[in-house]
Design a protein around this ligand. Sequence first.
Ligand code: SF4
Ligand code: SF4
Length: 365
Amino acid sequence: MAKGGSLAAKVYFTEASIDEGEQVLSEKARRLFLAGKFGKCFQKGDFTAVKVHVGEEGNTTYIKAPCLKGLVEELQKLKTKPFITDTSTLYTGRRHNAIDHTILATDRGFGVLGLGIPFLAPDGLFGTAETPVRIDGELEKEVSIAADIVRCQSILSVAHFTGHCATCAGATLKTLGMGCASRKGKMRQHSALKPKIKKGKCARCGVCESHCPTGAITRDKLQAHIDQDKCIGCAECVAMCRFDAVEYDWKQESEILQKSVAEHALGVLRGKEGRAVFFNFLVSMTRDCDCFDQAHMPTMVPDIGIVASTDPVAVDRAAIEMVETRGGQKLATLIGNARLDWRFQIEHAVRIGLGRAEYECIEVS
Ligand code: SF4
Ligand code: SF4
């Protein structure tokens, strides 16, 4: 486990399991918030984005709304104006536009009736309300971020730790970089991916075709085909194919995607230095992310707990190392694709000044 001296970021940790129930998880998250003295990041009157993933329709392993209750109450005590938020997806599902997304979120308790605060889409009805943010990245000098994420004064990010078919780890960096980008920002990040169908592997099941948001996939008598001019690199086909028939350049393309995610996260936090806190819930950890519309997906490791920090890089590194320790294998192996490597996003995030890789883990009982 990475440990550092005076330059190490503080990462607060408490053991937790989904079996303890939502109320206990809520109180444990609150305890971390208080132990870390995270209240100092929020000021009276702040419009505070509570960034979550409400889970695609059909998904049952996302972090449930009642688990956020304690955190929301702490923000209310500080007299901020918190709102639950998430952006529209590129793929066509129940989170593709603000209307369907808001109804799904509200049905699942992420709204006034469940948490006492509204669910608001920060990128407008169609995911196009955005603000360009200047950054000094290696890939990007300007990134497209959801307009109300840029306008709000502070952020409390609550990520569910999962594996991911293209970025290896899905946690805080991905929640910020991809999850707070506008539609254009998401397309920019995904543009590195150019999937192809492997000869002789395709079973012609049509699942990828039905999930492709741009109609880039067709099938002939032998196999599926991808029209590269229509493909936006969203990776839905990679994630959905259960025949290992969709491939891309796992090293080079995943590396660029992960770096772009980190640079968009940098844009999200620009101007919010010291005004953001990051939680990773390490429970119900599936090898695929909560965008999957499947119920009761198998978990890759037993539940571990919750980690929280004011450093978005350290909180992810700590989470990944805890998962690998618990699973006894590299994360890429745990999610079933040993070619992936999460280090690209962590190392790049450190290089561009997003946070620190060295951390000190402080256990909270
Ligand atoms: S999901 Fe996979 S097996 Fe099914 S049609 Fe697409 S590439 Fe072929
Ligand atoms: S072909 Fe695959 S990566 Fe390209 S847009 Fe369709 S689902 Fe997304």
